[in-house]
Design a protein around this ligand. Sequence first.
Ligand SMILES: NC(=O)c1ccc[n+]([C@@H]2O[C@H](COP(=O)([O-])OP(=O)(O)OC[C@H]3O[C@@H](n4cnc5c(N)ncnc54)[C@H](OP(=O)(O)O)[C@@H]3O)[C@@H](O)[C@H]2O)c1
Length: 269
Amino acid sequence: MENFILSNGLKIPAVGTGTNTYGKEENQYMGKLNGDFSALNSAIKAGYRLIDTAIAYRNEAGVGESVFNSGVARAEFFLTTKIPAGDEYIGSKELARQTVENSLKNLKTDYIDLYLIHFPIEDENKLKQTWEVLESFVDQGKIKSIGVSNFEVAHLETLKKYARIQPAVDQIQSNPSLWNQELIDYLLKNNIQPEAWGPLSKITDIQIKKIEKIAANYGKNWGQIILRYQIQRGVVVIPKSHDPRRQQSNLELFDFSLTGPEVAAIESL
Ligand SMILES: NC(=O)c1ccc[n+]([C@@H]2O[C@H](COP(=O)([O-])OP(=O)(O)OC[C@H]3O[C@@H](n4cnc5c(N)ncnc54)[C@H](OP(=O)(O)O)[C@@H]3O)[C@@H](O)[C@H]2O)c1
């Protein structure tokens, strides 16, 4: 597995697994929790070590259980979770502290590799106090890296004013319906690691046909081409699949390189 290096010098795997439908009935995001984490177990078996969960997914505890029981050393994992922007989680510093402590408990770990603010907190005071709480967990060694998700340039510029520790990551939507190139350029320039959520979503059949032409040059499938494209432009990807074969294929991205014209064709999908 290749890694990117975060602004604090720590490594982040270039590919991780999303988890937002794991442990849920009918693999639905809003589905009832059913305790079935076989998809995560097979992802870990396939070699995924970056595991992306969130309090909003309601499955932190099950994710923690799978990681804990995997037989793989904790140090090999890169666990990400996210604090929601709602007042019940970040309404006061004490609430934010409790929220983070709960994540540690749910994930059955004494440190979390990456803790993100899931969505922009529009109230500047609350943003500032939440960030200070996250910074204090970094100081204690209970969080290794802190970052944000779904932050646009303006949100990042606001946070910059308060941050003693600058955000290491911005997890944003990036897929053929919205490559988000401008924001990614800003992030790369400001030493904030871009991470693409929904990397295999929102793609049309016509786009798939075009990508399959490129894929044929390498004996790869369209998903691998999309993921390779993101990695080649410096973006971490967290594809999610419930199918062990697709989980495996989404890891096989490091034995080929896209050419300049291929990259240009993908950019202009
Ligand atoms: N920060 C945020 O606001 C935010 C928002 C959304 C998501 N996320 C995170 O990002 C992760 C990934 O996003 P996502 O789960 O929405 O979707 P995704 O990774 O884009 O995957 C979408 C669908 O593509 C299918 N798929 C996977 N690999 C494939 C392949 N090689 N070929 C064809 N189809 C393939 C999967 O279905 P099968 O199961 O049938 O393979 C999956 O349901 C989430 O799980 C979550 O952790 C974060």
